[in-house]
Design a protein around this ligand. Structure first.
Ligand SMILES: [Zn+2]
Length: 686
């Protein structure tokens, strides 16, 4: 086996938020793979860092009244602390807001200019005259041009699913200032991606480059027609790198973000680890990116085009994974299943999550479901019940004794030899990132080892002083099988391996091939308990704490909090309407209504069809965009508030006769109103 040189990255976490369990699906599988390669004796290095630029960072720093750099430092430290607490080992963790990255971005930009693939064109966009900022689609809200629903984003309508241009919104407002946006045009710089079409056809469709699903998707979508030019500039104000030959304009965050992989490598090289070109301009170096499916097109179209133009080595493989669901659903703040890494660590051991994710991760682009009951059951049954148990019920009988000088192969029924042979199959599974298969193979070895212990019953041998030698041999076999299993688990659970080494009096770090050679002639140390069972109450406490964290962040925008001079987040996001009179208000007829039936509208991702009773036989059908926030069956029987005299609206799925009132920003963050108990259907609200 020749020694490979492997550079690995996972996507750079964005600086604007803490890491949640979804982020960890990616960073953990990356860490498993890197640790596996190192165990196999390869030179493998892991680089990542924070992704920092963009309007979101600029606005948040402004809102918090501090320099963006202060925000960056704080978030990078928080991200790194979480990632390291989950056991992820980086060779370097950088930031895209560094002089190293700036120089590399400029170098790549100069190459794109020299290749004559950059073009300048006017772009007309909505502009906020109060803040002086061109508005991205999500910063414009107004009424849907198709169904007239209020408060919709600039690119699509939550209520009817229409997509449109921000300029088509009725009565648009900037969500930054509440100002009426104006249309303005500004020159933007574009990379003419179509020039790379033949190259990208070949590169993306090369077997082994991308998961088959991703390669097919690219071929059926982007690559089936001329590639659109990529808009890589943003006018000031913007937090990022100013474009050297276009002052007043900044590189779009997605241009400089992946360059952060190279910058992180370079910073590591400059710390005394060799030359960047040995990694990024070396055809013998493999480059592997781990990313989520949502950012696949940045990494498989724009990024290879940039690298190729600037003469860098292209990625060997881009590993693409799906999203995390919890208990079969999208993570939900309301249900407490939107769990930050930090909240998890407050309650549970990172090793539980490492093993559980490994047991679920295949090499396909599938979503991964964290089922919290299964999480408890699987960790307890496999790690505690099979692996830890194997050592805990044998090591104590031979504490302080010396293992035989020859491994008693005649007594083990070929178990050690078979497990040594299984090592190559397990390695193949790790190599192709089929961690789930690797875990199944390892647990099958653990099952056979436990059967052996069960049959030989060392606790019985212990009672007979004449069988002391047999006891030693049986325990030596069990502990050697345990040691093998710990080496195979080491990419996922490195501490299990180091503890097994300590227990058997070994020194130095393990290599994969050590699993093929039994440990003999060393002294057995005292067994230290390796892992406690997962306590389901701690899992419940974690979800409760996650719910409370959401409630606390909502309470912080209460009127008291905003009275201190800082703007309420809710009010800033949606300024108060112009004053109205009591007569204006009187024209809106609000009624208490009982939800008597509710069902999901198929093919509409956000709509529920509600049947509302206003008392007696008076019924209304209303389509409400609350599907992501409410299970329909749980709504039946409750009272809510209906805008009863709203003109009926013809929608794709039927006519909506009125509107149900709700607060919140959309999707899961929606809260329908209820009157206090005692109100009756049909009563007017004034
Ligand atoms: Zn609409």
């Amino acid at each position: 086996m020749s020694k490979r040189q492997i550079l690995v990255t996972h996507a750079l976490p964005y600086v604007n938020a803490g890491l949640h369990l979804g982020h960890l699906v990616e960073s953990l599988q990356t860490d498993f793979w890197v640790r596996f390669q190192k165990l196999r004796g390869h030179e493998c290095r892991l680089f990542s860092g924070d992704d920092t630029h963009g309007t979101a960072t600029m606005l948040r720093a402004q809102q918090e009244g501090r320099a963006p750099e202060a925000l960056l430092d704080e978030m990078r430290a928080a991200h790194l602390a979480d990632l390291e607490a989950f056991g992820i080992e980086y060779d370097h963790y950088g930031s895209t807001h560094s002089e190293t990255n700036r120089a590399l971005v400029y170098e790549i930009w100069a190459a794109l200019r020299a290749a004559d693939v950059v073009e300048e064109r006017e772009v007309t966009q909505l502009f906020d005259p109060e803040t002086g900022i061109f508005l991205a689609d999500r910063f414009v809200r107004g009424r849907c041009p198709r169904c007239d629903s209020p408060d919709q984003y600039g690119d699509n309508c939550d209520a009817c699913g229409a997509t449109y241009e921000p300029s088509e919104l009725i009565d648009p407002r900037s969500s930054l200032s509440g100002a009426v946006p104006e249309e303005r045009s500004h020159p933007h710089l574009f990379v003419k991606l179509e020039r790379f079409h033949d190259f990208l056809d070949e590169w993306t469709q090369t077997p082994g480059r991308l998961p088959t699903e991703t390669a097919n998707w690219l071929r059926a979508t982007f690559l089936s027609e001329p590639l659109r030019d990529w808009d890589v500039s943003r006018p000031a104000p913007y937090f990022g790198f100013e474009i050297p030959d276009a002052p007043g304009n900044y590189f779009y965050v997605w241009l400089d973000a992946p360059v952060g992989y190279v910058a992180s490598t370079q910073e590591w090289c400059e710390a005394g680890n060799g030359a960047l070109d040995d990694w990024w301009r070396n055809p013998d170096c493999e480059i592997h990116h781990f990313i989520g499916k949502d950012i696949a097109y940045f990494h498989t179209l724009f990024w290879p085009a940039m690298l190729k133009t600037a003469g860098f080595q292209l990625p060997s493989t881009v590993h693409v994974h799906g999203f995390l669901t919890v208990n079969g659903e999208k993570m939900s703040k309301r249900k407490g299943t939107f769990v930050l890494g930090r909240t998890y660590l407050d309650h549970l051991s990172p090793e539980y999550l490492r093993y559980y994710y490994a047991s679920k991760l295949s090499s396909r682009v599938d979503d991964l479901d964290l089922n919290l009951d299964e999480f408890v059951q699987k960790v307890n049954a496999d790690l505690v019940g099979k692996v830890v148990n194997l050592a805990s019920r044998t090591a104590r009988f031979v504490k302080d004794r010396t293992l035989p000088d020859a491994y008693p192969a005649d007594r083990d029924g070929g178990l050690f030899e078979k497990a040594a042979e299984a090592g190559e199959e397990i390695a193949r599974a790790y190599e192709i990132r089929d961690n789930a298969r690797a875990m199944r193979l390892i647990m099958a070895l653990a099952d056979r080892a436990n059967e052996f212990v069960e049959t030989k019953a060392p606790w019985v041998l212990k009672k007979d002083p004449e069988k002391a030698e047999e006891l030693l041999e049986i325990c030596a076999i069990a502990l050697n099988l345990f040691r093998q299993i710990c080496i195979y688990l080491a990419p996922v659970l490195p501490r299990f391996e180091s503890e097994s080494a300590r227990l058997l009096g070994l020194e130095g770090s393990a290599r994969w091939k050590d699993a093929a050679t039994p440990v003999v002639g060393t002294r057995v140390e005292k067994f230290r308990h390796l892992m406690e069972r997962v306590d389901p109450e701690k899992v419940a406490a974690m979800t409760e704490a996650s719910r409370e964290a959401v409630a606390a962040s909502e309470a912080s925008v209460s009127p008291e909090a905003s009275g201190s001079g800082t703007a309420s987040e809710a009010l800033a996001g949606e300024p108060l309407e112009a004053e109205c009179t009591i007569d204006d208000f009187g024209r809106i007829d609000l009624r208490v209504a009982e939800i008597v039936a509710a069902r999901a509208v198929p093919k509409a991702s956000r709509l529920l069809e509600l049947e509302l009773s206003l008392g007696g036989s008076e019924r209304r059908t209303v389509f409400a965009g609350i599907k992501k926030a409410y299970d329909p069956e749980k709504l039946v029987g409750r009272l809510t508030v209906l805008v009863a005299n709203l003109a009926p609206r013809q929608m794709k799925f039927g006519t909506s006769q009125g509107m149900v009132l709700a607060a919140g920003t959309g999707d899961e963050d929606l809260f329908i109103l209820s009157p206090d108990s005692g109100a009756r259907p049909g009563q007017r609200i004034r």
